[in-house]
Each structure stands twice: as structure tokens, then as C-alpha cells.
Design a protein around this ligand. Sequence first.
Ligand SMILES: Nc1ncnc2c1ncn2[C@@H]1O[C@H](COP(=O)(O)OP(=O)(O)O)[C@@H](O)[C@H]1O
Ligand SMILES: O=C(CO)[C@@H](O)[C@H](O)COP(=O)(O)O
Length: 436
Amino acid sequence: MSYVLGIDLGTSAVKVMLVGKDGTVHDEASKPLTLIQPQSGYSEQNPEEWYSQTVEAVKEIITRAPARSQDIEGLSFSGQMHGLVLLDENNDVLRPAILWNDTRTSKQCEHIHRIIGKEHLRELTGNEALEGFTLPKLLWVKEHEPDIFVETSYFLLPKDYVRLRITGKLHSEYSDAAGTIMLNKEKNEWSEEILHRLGIPAAICPPLVHSHAFVGEIQPSFAQATGLNEQTGAFAGGADNACGAIGSGVLSAGKSLCSIGTSGVLLSYQGEGKREVSGPLHLFHHGKAGAYYTMGVTLSAGQSLHWFKEQFAPDVDFETLLSNMSAKPGASGLLFTPYLSGERTPHSDAMIRGSFIGLDARHTRGHLTRAVIEGITFSLNETLQLLRDAGQEVDEIISIGGGPKVMLGYRFRRISSEPTFLHWKMNRVQVWEQRC
Ligand SMILES: Nc1ncnc2c1ncn2[C@@H]1O[C@H](COP(=O)(O)OP(=O)(O)O)[C@@H](O)[C@H]1O
Ligand SMILES: O=C(CO)[C@@H](O)[C@H](O)COP(=O)(O)O
């Protein structure tokens, strides 16, 4: 029997899965990650923790069945997108990574639009400048931490940093590079024009490979730390949403994905044909070579429920919190807006914040819980509407991530037997909307 390891660098945790050649999942491990929020709108993580927790998760799997390590032929990655990791000439990290849900860069986005032009930027990259993307983060460091900027030898995206630590090889790949808004989408290379006009040295951009590229074998230090065989091969991998789309079979028109992790994502397949989106919708390279997807992102989807549970129900687990939710759809008029970190789609606004609206003395914790779930759901529905208004076919949605375990599992009929992998038809979503 031969196996592969999948390493998913999420925002709340790194998850590792051992999969057989036939696709059977044989084992999995998850290790939590710390979110650093020094100011409102700031969101950072320590790349060293990404690596050390990856080691711990892989070690846990190998420790449970050491003999299997000889049969693990390769490993690959999916990862949270857009985060900025800066490295010095020794590949040492220069500052904490600035994440996808950090919204400190509104001024830098305006600057990008002024210098490049919104429409021209869209022609070059498929996207407008939004706070979460990598380019405005680089410009923020250039302006606010010039000493760090001049010391930078390379920038990397989160999972590419973990791969560097595991293999000693430094690369980026197309599905994640697209999320930097520095990739020329037609030429599939770093955009000289964007880099030059914004004063970003081209030399700090990592070499690009395809998601399926073999990049090398794991380093002896990683093999020793985890119990893996030194001959284990490493492959580039992709952006979490690009990989999620492949894993969910979102590989043809009409198929869409809803991922509820820390963020909430609705994405829809776009083949090689028409490649234009507008406003806060994004257009990125799919993990399938030559294809694209259109996407909108609620910044605090799972994060809103997680925040609510931590603050108001720290003594119970998610299942208990939700099974005790007696409030009826509509939460007796109570509304929640899930904008804990600002918002990206459809209201691209770094300053907007969350709220409970319409609280009255009848409301219980059950009403608040339901209002949170409904706020997240309706925010995702706004993106769904944007996708449809943009002409995307959305006939079927596959849902993945931690959120669907509870937010949808208790509402929608389960078709797959996997608890984290639900599959439902759009008419069910509409029934849910009507009931609300
Ligand atoms: N039983 C559960 N345990 C943990 N998280 C859960 C559970 N049920 C739902 N969640 C939600 O899943 C989210 C984490 O999903 P996950 O896909 O692991 O996120 P990420 O990829 O950002 O690390 C949490 O923020 C929480 O809202
Ligand atoms: O910013 C985006 C996509 O544009 C996010 O979807 C991140 O990729 C984080 O994913 P999760 O940690 O929520 O899975």
C-alpha cells in the first residue's frame, strides 16, 4: 500500500491527512495556530509556529503507525492565501506574517489604483486591489518598516514558506501567486510593469512552478523530526481554495464551492473562456492547469461563530451550543453582521465592524447563536447573488471546511458520509432562505 500526505495550512490550525492511492483517508491530525491581533484590523501569525505545528501533526500520524512511513511516497500542500512572509538573505523570517484577513492596507490599495489604474490592474491580474491581497501588504512594509523592506531577499506565501522549511527549496506556484495581484494572468509571470511602477524589486519574487510540480525530497532534519523517510518527495501544492475546488470536483461550469473555515468563501468554476469579474469578486488561477475560478470572501465566517462561542459559551462545544439553539429561523428579529475584521465581499470595507442589531429582553443565548449563523449565511448569500449577477452558473454547491460540520449539518440532508464534506442542492438553500 502506498500513501501520500496532504498538509493544509489553515488559519485556525494546520491539518495533515494520510491518504491511500485509492483516495481512502487513513489518518488525520490537526494542530492549532495562534492568531496575533495587536490592533483592530491587524492579523498576523508566526511562520515558525506554522512549521513547528506541521512537524507535530506529521509526527502524530507517523507515531500511530511507524511502519507506514516507508510507504509514504510524497506530500503536498494547500494553504491560506495572500499572507506575506518576508525572508532575509539566509531565508530567516524578518517579521510576523501579515495575513489575508488583515485590513491595514486601505491607503496602499488606493495608491495602487492611482499608479496602475483600477481597470488596467484588472486587465493585468484579473483583480482590483483589496486589503487582503499581498501587494498592498508589501507596500505597507515598504512605507512603515523600510529597514525590513531593504533587508528582504524574498517574499513568500504561507504554505510556500512551510514547503521551503521542509525541502530547502524556494518557490511559489500559480494558484497562490495569482492572489498576490502581482502575477500577469495572461503571461503567467510576475508582472514587470506592476513591480517596476510600484518600486518592488523583481528579485524578491520567488520562482514560479505549477501546483503539481515535484520540487524535491524532504530535508533530513524534517525526516528526523517526524519519522518520515528521507526519500519522501514534495510537490508544490496550491492555494487552499484552488485545492478545495479540485478536491470537491468543482471542475466544470455550474459547479461551485462554499468553504467555511475562518473565512467564508463562495467560488465558481471558470474554464479557459471568459475571464472577467467586477468589483470585489476575485479571479484566480484554479489548481487545474489552464482554468480559473471566480470568488468572493466573507472575512469572518467560521471566525464569527468561533468568537461567539469563546466569548459567550466557552464551557460548551460547538455541537452542544447548536443543539441547544431553540430560537426559530429569523432569531425573533435579531440580526448579526459578521464584520469582525472588516469585510471583503460584497462590502469591500476595512472599517466596517460587526454588530448585533435589534436586541430585546426576550432574546436568549439561543437567539444570539442563531443570529450569528444567519448573519454568516446571508453574507455568503450576498456573494452568491454577486456571482449570479456576474453571469456565473451556480447549479450545485459543494461545502467544505470546519463550519459545515455544524452550521449546515443540522439543516441540510447529508449526502456524503464524511462529516466535514456536505453536498446539497441549491433548492435546499432557497428553502432555508424562505423560512428565514
Ligand atoms: N466541531 C468543531 N470544531 C472546531 N471548529 C468547528 C467545529 N464546528 C464548526 N467549526 C467552525 O470551523 C471553523 C474552523 O474551520 P477550518 O476549516 O478548520 O478553518 P481554517 O481552515 O481557517 O483553519 C471554526 O472557526 C468554527 O467556526
Ligand atoms: O483570503 C482568503 C481567500 O481569498 C481566505 O479564504 C484564506 O485563503 C483563508 O482560508 P481559511 O483559513 O478560512 O480556510
